[in-house]
Design a protein around this ligand. Structure first.
Ligand SMILES: Cc1cc2nc3c(=O)[nH]c(=O)nc-3n(C[C@H](O)[C@H](O)[C@H](O)COP(=O)(O)OP(=O)(O)OC[C@H]3O[C@@H](n4cnc5c(N)ncnc54)[C@H](O)[C@@H]3O)c2cc1C
Length: 407
């Protein structure tokens, strides 16, 4: 019999985990309360794909570089497999905010000794050519970066091994339990939707509504993107970033954004947020938004699942109830875990970049296969880190669940 897992949530996190396990011959019950994959945070028209280098090559930078490289390979594989993933490797121009930032960007390129097909610094003249717009500064040029339609990625992940994945759409999990060695996902009426030895929580901030994961410091960060109508042939045809981003035209629309407000559950579009996006757009491409009124704009609101250290949560769920607060602290490797319960979550503003690698890492952890990341990064994303003593109280217990924002 095939090994069997339940995955709750069919966004970037859940669809990636399902795809990676299905590729290994697992049977998956994928449960999603929306009518199709990619309707939550993963439902924007497009988001940005690129690494995020830093001077000290810190954990976030290393994880994001690994995620970017993995994502490019995964997207190429999905495309080669005939999946209609929508993405464009147009290149990403990340303009410097000011002279100091430009100097830092140059230094990062020198120190990192980045290959020219990965990253280089362009001066203002070169940046103007790339953007086809009179931008105010030079910056980083990522030739392999681009834009991705995240919902198409979720659909492609689910479709690639469709025979192995039983999708339950329009189905909300209200309870999880493990009465006799099998995890069960049940609806509000208490009926069992699916039962399996392995359960993966990929349901963003609502993972905190289950008692066994209520200790996780997950929060929602509301983000509003503005949709700009694009004239045929208009610039830019690369992604341009500078404290915000604007994408090339996709089906006649450009995405400009995005706002970021934590624990803000307003699902409706706000004119003030469009105005904020237009101000960002003007900082990126001076004068571009002239004549565009915030009140006329369409857009989309999403809620990013966020962890306090801005790193994702990927791995086995710690058993909070089994940890004696009076006992000496134990290392992460000795943390008691809930058998068969896993988490893939907390992607924040980087789900497009991280999800393919996160799915692969989780599948390797579950199947005890060699891991695609070094130990320090695996530990850095381990959800058990929030149960370690010695972390600040704020990091462990930050915020209460923000129910409306999680949807
Ligand atoms: C405005 C905005 C701009 C962004 N831009 C970028 C970008 O440029 N680059 C980048 O890398 N990332 C970007 N991101 C981040 C990225 O989109 C997120 O990190 C990612 O979508 C999170 O994926 P997820 O699967 O964890 O969450 P979601 O996509 O929200 O998926 C969770 C799913 O679980 C389902 N669910 C929840 N509870 C239940 C339940 N009880 N039962 C059944 N189903 C349930 C939900 O319906 C949902 O489909 C952006 C996000 C936003 C909001």
């Amino acid at each position: 019999m095939n090994p069997h897992a339940i995955v709750i949530g069919a966004g970037l996190a859940g669809s990636s985990a399902a795809e990676r396990l299905a590729a290994r011959g697992w049977k998956i019950d994928l449960i999603e309360r929306a009518h199709e994959p990619g309707q939550g945070a993963s439902g924007n028209v497009a988001g940005v794909l690129r690494p995020l280098p830093s001077l000290d090559d810190n954990r976030l930078a290393r994880l994001t570089r690994a995620g970017f490289e993995h994502a490019c390979r995964h997207f190429a594989a999905l495309t080669a497999a005939g999946q209609p993933l929508r993405w464009g490797q147009t290149g990403v121009l990340h303009l410097a905010r000011d002279e100091t930032h430009a100097a830092t960007q140059r230094r990062v390129v020198e120190i990192r000794k980045a290959a020219a097909d990965e990253l280089y610094f362009v001066d203002r003249q070169q940046a103007r050519k790339l953007a086809a717009w009179p931008v105010a500064s030079g910056g980083w040029w990522f030739p392999g970066g681009g834009w991705v339609d995240p919902a198409s990625l979720c659909r492609a992940n689910v479709a690639r091994y469709a025979n192995a994945i039983s999708a339950h759409y329009d189905t909300e999990v209200a309870h999880i339990d493990r009465p006799a060695g099998l995890w069960r996902a049940r609806n509000a009426a208490g009926e069992v939707i699916a039962a399996a030895p392995v359960l993966i929580l990929a349901n963003a901030t609502t993972a905190r509504y289950f008692s066994v994961t209520a200790h996780l410091p997950l929060r929602a960060a509301r983000g509003q993107v503005s949709h700009l109508r694009a004239r045929p042939g208009s610039a830019p045809d690369v992604v341009v970033c500078r404290l915000g981003y604007v994408t090339p035209a996709i089906d006649g629309l450009r995405c400009a954004g995005a706002t970021f407000s934590v624990d803000d559950g307003e699902a409706a579009l706000r004119e003030a947020d469009h105005a904020e996006n237009l101000a960002k757009l003007d900082f990126i491409l001076p004068g571009y938004g002239k004549g565009i009124e915030a009140r006329d704009l369409a857009g989309r609101v999403g809620f990013r699942p966020l962890s306090p250290d801005r790193l994702p949560m990927i791995g086995a769920v710690g058993d909070a109830a089994a940890i004696d607060p009076g006992a000496p602290s134990r290392p992460l490797a000795e943390m008691p875990r809930l058998p068969g319960l896993y988490l893939i979550n907390g992607f924040g503003a980087r789900g497009i970049v991280w999800s393919a690698l996160a799915g692969e890492l989780l599948a390797c952890l579950i199947t005890a296969a060699p891991l695609p990341l070094p130990d320090d990064l695996v530990n850095a994303v381990d959800p058990g880190r929030f149960l370690l003593r010695g972390r600040s109280r704020r990091q462990r217990t930050d915020s209460q669940p923000s129910r409306p924002g999680a949807r």
